[in-house]
Structure formats: C-alpha cells, structure tokens
Write a protein of this length. Structure first.
Ligand SMILES: Nc1ncnc2c1ncn2[C@@H]1O[C@H](COP(=O)(O)OP(=O)(O)OP(=O)(O)O)[C@@H](O)[C@H]1O
Ligand SMILES: [Mg+2]
Ligand SMILES: [Zn+2]
Lengths: 389, 201
C-alpha cells in the first residue's frame, strides 16, 4: 500500500494506544513484557504460539470478560496460582496505568482492577479509559447463527460507546431471572411480580432506546453508499433492529413504551407461567443485517461477503466510537481476520485502520499478509509464549 | 494447597478469621499473626469481648436491631421521633445511617430483601411486624431506605403496596446512589443528601 497519509485524516496524536504490556502467568505467558509505540501491532507465529491469548490480554484492559468470554480461572497459566496484566496506556485522560488480575484463591469470580495504583470497585471503571472492539473467528457464523449471538454482539458494540449501558443490562437480566423464578414457582400473587416488572419495564425500555439510537447512528455511517460506493472492499450494510419495544420506540415516546411493556408483562403472566419464563421483551430482539449493494440479507451471502460485511460493521462502529470520544478510535483487535481476505480487501482494511488512527492488534500465521502495512505497524513474532521483535 | 505452618489451634484461628468479610486466607494469616504477637494487649481482651458479646447479644423485638437488651438503645431512646420509621434491609444499613446521624426517628430492619432466586418471600422478612407498627396512630411516615439493587427496589415496591391501607406517608431514599450501590458503602455526606432529597410516593 502506498500510503500518503492524508494530514486531514490524521489529526495530532488523538490516539488510544498501549505503550507497554506485561503479562504474568497469563495463559501460556509466564512473564511477558513488550514496549510499544502508537502504531498498530502485528502478531505472527505458528499455531498455538499464543497470538490469540495476547489479544485476549489486551481485551481485558476494558470492562468485561474478554474476547473469549472465558472464566478468569481458566486464564491462569497451568500450574500457577493466578494471573496479572499490567499496561501503560495513552488515552483521552493522558497516560494511565492499568493493572488487572485474578488468583485462584480469590473468593469471587470477579477480577481485581487497579487504575493508576488505586483499586477500582469494579472492572466497569476501565470503561472510562479503554474502548476495545474485536473480531474473532468465533464470530464467523454471526449472521447465520442464533439471534442471541447478534444481540450480544450489538450489546457489546453499545457498551464500548456507552459504559452505562451495562448497568441497565444487568439490572434487566437480574430482574428477569427473579421474575422467571416466580413463574417457575407458580406464584400467583401479582404484588410479588410488580416490583420486578416495574424494573424490567424501566431497564428494558432504556435498553431498547439505546439500541435503537446506536443502530440508527451506525446505519447512518455504514449505509451511505457514498462512503465506499458499491466498489468498496467492505459493502455498506442495511441494519434493522427487530424487537417489540424497539419497534414501538420508532413512533412512540419512551414513557408510553415503558407503560406498554409494564402492561404486557402483567397481561402475559399466565402465558409466561406456562412457558416458565418471560416471553416478551428486549431479550428477544434481533439485529438484522442486510448486504446493501446486493439488497440481500446477510445470512444469504457468501462466506467471504459475510466476513466483509462484518468488518465493515466493526469499522463503522470504530468510527462511531471515535466521533464520540473526541477523536480517539478504539483499540481494534482482529484475530485471524486478515488471512481470509483477498489482497484488495486486505489493503482496504489497512487503509481504514490508518484513516481511523487506531492502534489495531492483528494476528495471523503468515507474516507476508501484513507486508503492505510496512512501517505503519510494529511487527512481532510470537513463539511458545514469547515475543520477539 | 498450601502446607500447614502451625498447630491446629492457630490453623483454626486463621480459618475462622478468613471467614470474616473482607479477609481472604492471606490477610487472615496476617491478622492471626498480629493477634498472636499482641497476645496480652489484643488477643486476650478480644477473646473476652467476643465471649461477653456472645452472651449478651439479643435482637430488638420491635425493630430487629442487634443490641444487648430486648429493647434496643434506639427504640428505648425517648428523644427519638416516634412519627418516623426508617426501613432498612440489614442491621449494617441501620448502623451506616446512625453513623451519618441523619435519622431522627426509629428503624425497622427487614432482614433482607425479597428474592425468589434465594427463596426469600414476604414470610421470611419482618414485613408483618412493619405493617403492625405502621398502624400505630403516632406513626406518620415510613421512609424506605433500601438499596438501589433490583431486589431492594422491588422490595420497596412491594412494601408500598402493602402499606397502602395504613395511614402513613411512604417516602423513599432519593437514589443519587449508583445502581447496585449499597448503603453500607456510602459516605455520610451522600447518605445525608439522599435522605434530605427523599421523595414521597
Ligand atoms: N491457562 C493456560 N495455561 C497454559 N497454556 C494455555 C492456557 N490456556 C491456553 N493455553 C495454551 O496457549 C497456547 C496458545 O494459544 P493461542 O490460542 O493463543 O494460540 P494462537 O497463537 O492464537 O494459535 P492459532 O494460530 O492456532 O490460533 C495453546 O497451546 C493453548 O493450549
Ligand atoms: Mg489464535
Ligand atoms: Zn429497636
């Protein structure tokens, strides 16, 4: 790729980047320490070397369970007592030191988090500093798989835009589990349901409204054919949010939708009791993605087309995060994505990453695939839980 | 597992200390060592204080507070405003509010929150006692100071429903408090602000 870096697209150092990453007894890394500059990072090496593990480590610098959604206990290097990660990050708040870890004798399933040496009450605090998004091979079947996967994908996208979204999600989930237990127990007294249903209605409507808002803004970014045109390596996507509350929010005020959902929950108790769970709500919504230029639903597109569509979606999302965070693009983690792209798409991807000004972390077995990035990236070879420049 | 480093008496002390909230196995070990090093100044008086407490602790029959007489210090205090009852989940919340010194009235400890997942229904909590107290003519206001958790808020909802037939004003803590926040964790200023800004329902 010949890269005349467009000065307009590359404003002064508004960049979220990792300057140092240390891992201790994390997965197959016993003791790792890498110093970095603000360019993207390319990790190549044989199967089983530890490339994905390193991306997982980076993903843990943001709230949540990381890109594999694994248990923290499983991340402990076999035979060790606990893992720890430590990173120096440049963010919108300047330089920040993040430490996180988990020990097998911790009496909780939560990890410990320290920010600039201070213990944070929860990993959620990381959301103030780090935004990450990722694509992994596990997401290959996103468009053909279950709606739950797409919902989780969307919810994750939203969380990196709006760290407060998580608390609504967990409130909703908790209230629903409580209500479901009442349904299973065959509870008949409505006063036992109302408290939980009120919170389901509040949190559920807030969730649906945030989803709708995000999808609308995403759609504006990725369904503009003008941006790439039909010839763009990453086709524009048509996004539709399918869900009872989301649908109503298009034409009704949020307070009315909240009332509607509250009434629905009360009305459906009988039916829900038979099903032993809550049947209606934002936990049943789906994100329907269409291939813009082809005018076909994503699930009917070829494997390569689906992949390109997904990358386009993730890049649009990165753009949205950037717009909303004073020009700081998120860290973009791409596990084994590059290998499956043809040359034009590969270069298109590298160009987009440059344009976004993101520190992307990319893995692959073949270093040749990343040659076009040249000096725009720092290349590392991973072997057996070790990193060589 | 770690090897035992001391005899059974000390190991048991460590294991019991490790069950205290906020102490893990390692900090329990440190605490035990500290107690042992200060055997006369700390360990002996602590053991005596614990024995005395165990022998004297009772639960207040009126409000559910723990104290050393069947009517707790707060319920027995004639300077307390009898028209206000502040409802809390646990004794820890009562103590947090007392520390902040913002409640002029008395308390009612529910003993938890309604949580179907944990098998806790209205019968498991001190709700009937609360309703009975709320019916007393001198009681004018019930302030629900429950946590901003899903269970705390739905319990508040349930109580409002149950208190409807009593002639009292029901108010609730203004939760400028983070969702999932627990009273016990809040600093006194925040608590005072939340009580001042309480809403009548
Ligand atoms: N808790 C752990 N302790 C020790 N080793 C682990 C742990 N978890 C995973 N591993 C090992 O780490 C190795 C590297 O895994 P990783 O998925 O990072 O490889 P990779 O470089 O991404 O390989 P591929 O190219 O096949 O995707 C694997 O051999 C795996 O068995
Ligand atoms: Mg891998
Ligand atoms: Zn009392």
């Amino acid at each position: 790729m010949t890269s005349q870096v467009d000065p307009e697209l590359q404003p002064a150092r508004h960049r979220l980047w990792i300057a140092r990453l240390r891992a201790t007894d994390f997965r197959n890394y016993e003791a790792l320490s890498v110093e970095l500059d603000d360019r993207s990072v390319v990790l190549t090496g044989p199967n089983g070397a530890g490339k994905t593990n390193l991306l997982e480590a980076v993903s843990l610098l943001a709230p949540g369970r990381g890109l594999g959604r694994a248990q923290f206990a499983d991340m402990i290097r076999h035979g060790a007592a606990g893992w720890a990660l430590n990173a120096i990050l440049h963010s919108a708040h300047g330089e920040v030191e993040i430490g996180t870890g988990y020990r097998s004798d911790d009496q909780t399933s939560a990890r410990a988090v320290r920010i600039n040496g201070e213990t944070a009450r929860s990993a959620g605090a990381l959301g103030d500093y780090t935004r990450t998004i990722w694509l992994t091979p596990a997401m290959d079947g996103l468009f053909t798989g279950a709606a739950g996967e797409r919902r989780r994908f969307l919810d994750r996208l939203i969380q990196s835009l709006d760290p407060g979204y998580r608390s609504n999600l967990s409130r909703f989930e908790r209230a629903m589990r409580q209500r479901n237990r009442l349904l299973e127990d065959g509870e008949a007294s409505s006063s036992r349901y109302e408290g939980f249903e009120t919170q389901l209605a509040e949190a559920g409507t807030a969730i649906a409204a945030t989803r709708l808002d995000t999808v609308t803004r995403l759609a504006r970014l990725c369904d503009t054919p003008a941006k790439g045109g039909d010839a763009s390596p990453f086709p524009w996507a048509e996004l539709v949010l399918e869900g009872v509350l989301e649908g109503r929010l298009l034409n009704e005020a949020a307070v009315d939708v909240e009332d509607f959902y509250l009434e629905t929950l009360a009305r459906c108790r009988e039916q829900d009791r038979a099903a032993r769970r809550t049947l209606e709500g934002p936990h049943r919504s789906d994100l329907i993605v269409g291939h813009g230029p082809k005018g076909a639903p994503a699930r009917r597109c070829s494997t390569g087309e689906q992949k390109a569509l997904l990358i386009g979606l993730v890049l649009a999302h990165a753009e949205l995060v950037k717009q909303q965070s004073d020009g700081y693009a998120p860290l973009i983690l791409l596990d084994e994505i590059v290998a499956h792209l043809d040359e034009a798409r590969r270069e298109g991807l590298f160009h987009e990453i440059e344009r976004l000004g993101a520190q992307a972390w990319m893995t692959g077995t073949d270093a040749a695939h990343f040659a076009p990035m040249g000096a725009h990236a720092q290349h590392f070879r991973i072997e057996n839980g070790g990193v060589c420049a | 597992m770690a090897r035992k480093v001391a005899g059974p008496e000390i190991e048991q002390l460590i294991q019991l200390l490790a069950r205290l909230p906020g102490l893990g196995p390692r900090s329990a070990r440190r605490a035990a060592l500290h107690l042992i090093n200060k055997k006369d100044q700390l360990l002996a008086p602590l053991a005596a204080a614990m024995t005395a407490a165990r022998d004297k602790i009772v639960i207040c029959e009126t409000c559910g507070n723990v104290d050393t007489s069947i009517e707790c210090t707060i319920c027995a205090d004639p300077r307390r405003d009898v028209s206000l009852i502040c409802v809390v989940e646990e004794v820890a919340d009562l103590w947090a509010l007392e520390r902040a010194g913002v409640i002029k009235g008395r308390y009612h400890v529910l003993g938890g929150t309604l949580s179907p997942l944990d098998g806790v229904g209205p019968e498991e909590l001190s709700i009937a006692g609360l309703i009975a107290r709320a019916r007393a003519p001198e009681v004018k206001e019930i302030l629900l100071a429950l946590n901003a958790t899903v269970e705390g808020q739905s319990t508040a909802h349930y109580l409002m429903d149950q208190l409807e037939t009593c002639e009292v004003t029901v108010s609730q803590l203004a939760h400028g408090v983070p969702v999932g926040g627990e009273l016990d964790y809040l600093d006194e200023g925040t608590l005072a602000a939340a009580i001042k800004a309480r809403k009548t329902l």
